[in-house]
Design a protein. Structure first.
Length: 656
């Protein structure tokens, strides 16, 4: 599924914590743990999301630091912490825009020294702050101290103007990309006194603004290699410059050498092999790796893209490596691909040292944006293979030996003209035939696997069901008889299946009508073990049950409201729905982008009025859509369009 779902580690995430508010305002029990089993794991929704990630740095312990430019703060993502990598901790700023020592104004670059102290380019305040780290307390000082710049923009040796990139030399000296002054400044560090010199030495851009060998134009990212050579992203000149240090004097030449040119570049990083990574955010952003040849001591003339084509259409920002060689990249906005709507996130590209390659799709560290349309439906077949609907329809193969899923999905249904806006858009029958909603043509396409379980490259119209042609389908379900249930408009239609002919009734029978204000669309459909039909109504914020009469083979003419979801100022949209063997209902709702469980009573057929929050995705004021599904063991799978194309699993044993 190009650009939709990619490699993700089986990271165990706890979604428990503070009690969550359940339907009707009651407080539910702690939610069970949810494991992302397929797709891009998206985190940072809610109060901890980024608002314009810029510079990135990784500490010796693996903690990831991100300059949250629009949020005027720096967040730290700590491996092993309960919320990692979903939740970051503010370690600098976060007290509103300002010039106080506890405030930041548009931070850009971040760097760490050997003691773990954090350095931040406080660009809007024309200064660099140092936040001292206390190893004993495992925390940073709440206020920074100014170590470079006076706070007033200017060209003097003690002044800075819109500083961006930062680097720390082996000597402890601080190197700053003084972007507004078109130069790179070095502030000497006095180890005995524990402070930096007030006046800096210009080590790059000595010739002022321009495109000559001694000139720079708005330098942004900077990096130092193992020898101490300086690399500068000369953004205004669309090039990267290298300044080779003289070993004897540790001085830099006035003239730099062009490493690569012709591409707007903003941030740089070097890996342990000496390869140079460059990101850019102009027209169509992206990231390239420029290979270094240690024999010739030269770089390749062209860069190799890192990531997928979709990720290389996003504005890329700060770059950093951890000690294992994994690459962290900040992304801010889309400029070229309207189907890849992602912003304000950090991707981690895992590195395979044997192959010398990076994962093709990054794992999302933190974000507020979303990818493509997000997950609108999930289903699991009899072999535990996982099917996911977004713009495409894909399958994630279950691998019994590994007790997990393939890291990348295989596209079954190609991109649809318009994915369903609400609710489930795919379903499986008892033969593992896949039915996918299609807004372009026959309404529903059927994909039948061959004897080896492979699906065809293209789907076929549902045989016999001529009325499906042209329908805008928003939900699909299949009952135990393989009858096809379709949500379209304000109705649920039943297309009877004939095993003798292998085809369906030409027209559907109306078995439910969803009323209410806009949108009165049947968003989710599910059938329980008794054949009863459950329908979610976004407009009314309820789930209705239509009882099935096994003797007559018909449904009750009116539905019974069995569950309701809490409303909010943005609307109430219950969408995906599933029901397990015990009769418990699982509903995705836009209120908090959550999955709710309504426990059923087998003896009375009545559902609990209050729900348990299985998963709370955050973003209460941002309604989303999502899908839920169950496998034969009762494990719950779910995803949504806000958490961005990731599918989570909760084991049946963790559900009450």
């Amino acid at each position: 599924m190009p650009g939709l779902l990619g490699a993700v580690p089986l990271l165990l995430l706890s979604v428990a914590g503070a009690p969550a508010v359940a339907a009707g305002g009651a407080v539910s029990a702690a939610a069970p743990r949810a494991i992302p089993v397929a797709g891009v794991a998206a985190f940072g929704i809610g109060a901890g999301h980024l608002q314009g990630p810029d510079g990135v740095a990784v500490g010796a312990s693996g903690a990831v630091f991100v300059a949250d430019n629009s949020g005027d703060r720096v967040l730290e993502y700590i491996p092993g912490s309960p919320g990692y990598p979903r939740t970051g901790v503010t370690v600098a700023g976060g007290r509103g825009t300002g010039s106080g020592l506890g405030q930041l104004n548009g931070p850009t670059g971040v760097a760490l020294d050997s003691k773990g102290d954090l350095f931040v380019s406080d660009s809007g305040n024309n200064r660099v702050l140092e936040y001292v780290y206390s190893a004993a307390r495992h925390r940073y000082a709440p206020a920074g101290r100014v170590v470079a710049g006076t706070g007033v923009a200017g060209p003097g040796p003690s002044q800075l103007s819109s500083p961006t990139g930062l680097a720390i030399m082996a000597t402890g000296n601080l190197v700053v990309a003084d972007s507004g002054n078109n130069r790179v400044q070095e502030f000497s560090y006095d180890r005995a006194a524990g402070r930096f010199a007030a006046r800096a030495t210009t080590i790059a851009g000595t010739g002022g603004d321009g495109s000559g060998a001694s000139q720079l134009s708005y330098p942004a990212g900077i990096a130092l290699d193992a020898r101490g050579d300086l690399f500068v992203a000369d953004a205004g000149n669309f090039r990267v410059m290298e300044y080779a240090v003289t070993a004897a004097t540790q001085a830099y030449p006035a003239d730099g050498t062009v490493v690569i040119s012709g591409q707007f570049c903003r941030w740089l990083a070097l890996d342990s092999r000496g390869d140079l990574f460059v990101s850019w955010s102009y027209v169509a952003g992206g990231m390239v790796e420029i290979r270094y040849n240690p024999v010739t001591r030269s770089f390749a003339s062209r860069g190799t893209p890192v990531g997928t084509a979709q990720e290389n259409g996003i504005n890329a920002g700060g770059l950093a490596f951890d000690t294992s060689g994994h690459l962290f990249v900040a992304y801010t906005a889309v400029t070229s691909n309207p189907d890849w709507t992602v912003w304000d996130l950090v991707l981690e590209f895992s590195y395979d040292p044997r192959a010398g390659t990076y994962s093709p799709v990054g794992t999302v560290m933190t974000q507020i944006g979303r990818q493509d349309e997000g997950v609108s439906a999930v289903a699991v077949d009899s072999h535990r293979n996982l099917f996911v609907s977004d713009v495409d329809g894909s399958v994630y193969e279950f691998r019994p030996a590994a007790a997990g899923y393939a890291p990348l999905g295989t596209v079954i249904a190609p991109p649809l003209a318009e994915p369903a806006v609400y609710g489930s858009a795919l379903a499986l029958d008892s033969r593992n035939d896949l039915f996918v909603a299609s807004q372009d043509g026959p309404g529903v396409l059927e994909y039948r696997p061959d004897a080896a379980g492979r699906y065809p490259a293209s789907g076929s119209p549902v045989p016999g069901a001529s009325e499906l042609t042209g329908l805008q389908v928003t939900a699909i379900a299949v009952d135990s008889r393989n009858d096809l249930l379709i949500g379209s408009g304000e109705q649920v239609l039943e297309f009877r299946y004939s095993a003798a002919t292998g085809s369906y009734a030409p027209s559907g029978t109306v078995i439910a009508t969803v009323a209410g204000s806009s949108p009165p669309t049947p968003a989710g459909l599910a059938v329980d073990a008794h054949g009863d039909l459950f329908v979610t109504s976004p407009a009314a914020g309820v789930v209705q049950e239509y009882l099935f009469n096994a003797k007559t083979g018909t449904y009750a003419p009116a539905g019974i409201t069995v569950a309701s979801v809490p409303g909010n100022s943005q609307g109430t949209y219950p969408t995906g729905i599933a029901v397990n063997g015990r009769g418990d209902l699982f509903v995705f709702t836009s209120h908090g982008n959550s999955v709710l469980e309504f426990t059923g009573n087998p003896a009375t057929g009545i559902y609990a009025a209050e729900s348990t929050v299985i998963f709370g995705g955050g973003g209460t004021g941002w309604p989303g859509t999502g899908g839920v599904g169950l496998d034969r063991e009762g494990d719950l799978f779910f995803g949504n369009n806000v958490d961005s194309a990731v599918v989570y699993e909760v084991a049946a044993s963790a559900l009450r």
